[in-house]
Write a protein that binds this ligand. Structure first.
Ligand SMILES: Nc1ncnc2c1ncn2[C@@H]1O[C@H](COP(=O)(O)OP(=O)(O)O)[C@@H](O)[C@H]1O
Ligand SMILES: [Mg+2]
Length: 428
């Protein structure tokens, strides 16, 4: 059975970097493995997760619904950087049942990939539920006090017979600070942790003013290290952390996934063809590799995937061009604000089976489902688009066939011809 691999980031101390680690880990995991669904939810009421990942209107569900028993896969919505998130809630009420309940709920869920749970700086019902659900617990420690505090988390894990899942992660470390001439503070911390028999990651997240700046200031957005602090040492540290998670802990997900991919008949495809394959429909975020779908391809990010036929109808409901014969190909061009002023422009072009342009139609980018669907296809908000070309096959085809040798080559050929046609016509 498919279940997500759960990572809890926990510490009874506040300000040790839990939220920074949870959110950035999600972004780095997704960057390293684009085909791996990554979902994040926070039991904290700070809305940092929403500030980093929100894309489009506020989702209807939140973690409060999760606690009421709503399946996590129904609450997760696709957000920025390809990460799915569950919206935070201001008021979470601990339910009357045992915290171990969450583990059962998550195990029974159909959510695929990795689920990251950020927690509050107290050992309440929610933190305990996150710990008991977790296949990996990361405990950021920045000083001796945080190390002592980790004891109660370890006790919970040990009582559940899962002590080996818990790892300390030195965080907010000033790698230059010294205890004395020989010993740096973080080395002392690691030594102290090992002496107390903790597993300690040999990765430290350094304290960096640039990283601190990402979450402060007047912007309502929190930016990831990957996109806004790449030149810091923290960038390499998060990359290593994500690699640790992938190599040590997520092996079982890949086992699960290759088994279910096998059912799709996609396991024999060349890696290059599967690498940027998005597993979910960009409109409803549910799996879309199990049945016929409309193949889409974004030229600049090279993201590709399938849109459910119903979702495709919804997506293009207002487009007159859309009612047409199925052999045709829709080419959507997005001219980002960098090119045409404050608003981006969205145009659909219809091509026939011989790659001749049949007609073009301007689209209303204020239509939410359209801009959201497209954002998810290109992997970033339309406002951040520069010049994009997304192709959507009007014909719904089984993923195995569409990605198979013949049709894949045919599609690549059509793609090139269409891009050339659009360029020649001055439309792209
Ligand atoms: N590596 C880092 N370098 C500098 N500042 C950091 C770093 N990680 C987190 N911070 C800052 O420290 C503060 C606490 O981080 P946060 O992730 O919110 O911790 P927690 O969730 O444990 O309370 C925030 O202001 C955050 O911007
Ligand atoms: Mg926090």
């Amino acid at each position: 059975m498919k279940r997500p691999f759960v990572i809890a980031v926990a510490s009874e101390k506040g300000g040790v970097g839990k939220t920074t680690i949870a959110t950035n880990l999600a972004v780095y995991l997704k960057a390293l493995r684009e085909d791996l669904p990554v979902t994040i939810a926070s039991f904290d009421n700070h809305f940092s997760v929403d500030q980093m990942f929100a894309l489009g209107p506020h989702p209807e569900g939140s973690v409060a619904n999760l606690i009421e028993g709503c399946p996590v896969e129904e609450l997760a919505v696709l957000g920025q950087y390809g990460v799915q998130y569950v919206a935070s809630s201001r008021r979470l009420q601990p339910p009357s049942h045992d915290p171990a309940w969450l583990r059962q709920r998550v195990s029974a869920s159909k959510l695929d990939g990795i689920l990251i749970l950020d927690t509050r700086p107290i050992l309440d019902w929610f933190t305990e539920a996150a710990l008991l659900s977790a296949d990996l617990v990361l405990v950021p420690v920045k000083d001796r006090a945080a190390l002592i505090n980790a004891g109660s988390l370890r006790q919970i894990m040990a009582d559940a017979g899962r002590a080996e899942k818990l790892w300390l992660l030195p965080s907010l470390v000033d790698t230059r600070a010294r205890l004395n001439a020989e010993v740096r503070v973080h080395e002392f911390l690691i030594y102290g942790a090992r002496e107390r028999d903790y597993q300690v990651l040999d990765i430290c997240i350094s304290k960096s003013p640039k990283v601190e700046g990402l979450a402060s200031g007047f912007s309502s957005r929190i930016r990831p290290v990957l996109t806004h602090a790449r030149n810091t040492s923290v960038h390499g540290q998060f990359k290593k952390l994500a690699e640790f998670v992938l190599s040590n802990s997520a092996a079982e997900i890949f086992e699960n996934r290759s088994r279910s991919d096998g059912e799709d008949g996609l396991e024999g495809l060349p890696v290059a063809r599967r690498r940027k394959l998005i597993l979910e429909c960009p409109l409803c975020c549910q799996q879309s590799l199990h049945a016929d779908g409309h193949f889409f391809f974004d030229l600049s990010s090279r993201r590709r995937g399938f849109i459910h036929p119903d979702c495709c109808d919804k997506l293009f409901a207002e487009l007159e061009l859309y009612v047409s014969t199925p052999d045709e190909m829709l080419a959507l061009t997005i001219e980002g604000p960098g090119l045409v002023g404050p608003e981006s422009r969205l145009t659909a072009h219809l091509f026939d089976a011989d790659e001749s342009l049949v007609a073009s139609e301007e689209l209303d980018r204020e239509k939410n489902h359209l801009s959201e669907g497209l954002s998810m296809m290109i992997g970033r908000p339309l406002d951040a688009a520069y010049r994009e070309l997304v192709l959507v096959n009007r014909k719904a085809i089984s993923p195995a066939e569409q990605l198979g040798e013949d049709l894949y080559r045919r599609f690549a050929l059509r793609r090139r011809k269409i891009a050339r046609e659009l360029r020649l016509a001055g439309l792209f």
